[in-house]
Design a protein around this ligand. Structure first.
Ligand code: SF4
Length: 122
């Protein structure tokens, strides 16, 4: 017996509305996708939804007050709010180079948070 769920594909700006038939975690059929990436998204979203996080972190001694950062890969969607809270508490010190890990193994997810730009000392 399968159940139908609905997801919005966020892989591209088209934003296809996906209709997904699944038996438990197993996706049986996907409708509404304009390309095959939608099928992969539906499978991932149904069984293990994940999101990238991009935000800023407070930094001292730099020309800007905040450093742009992002997760190196997607982490479980239900950890996103906790990660944003943890990053809100973080205080960095310049200099930081693009690609530097500013939070390793964030929340024990195995996902690093990295700087997405460099900031020299002011
Ligand atoms: S299914 Fe394909 S075309 Fe539609 S939003 Fe996803 S990636 Fe874009």
């Amino acid at each position: 017996m399968s159940e139908t769920s609905h997801y919005l594909c966020i892989n591209c700006p088209l934003g296809c509305r996906l209709e997904v038939d699944a038996a438990g975690d197993e996706v049986v059929e996907v409708r509404g996708n304009a390309c095959k990436r939608g099928v992969e998204f539906a499978r991932q979203e149904h069984s293990d939804p994940r999101r990238m996080v991009t935000t800023t972190v407070a930094i001292s001694g730099a020309p800007l007050a905040r450093l742009p950062v992002a997760t190196a890969e997607a982490l479980p969607k239900d950890r996103v709010v906790d990660l944003c809270r943890a990053l809100h508490q973080l205080r960095l010190q310049a200099p930081v180079a693009i690609g530097d890990v500013v939070m390793a193994d964030a929340l024990g997810t195995g996902v690093d948070v990295v700087a997405t730009r460099s900031l020299e000392r002011a």
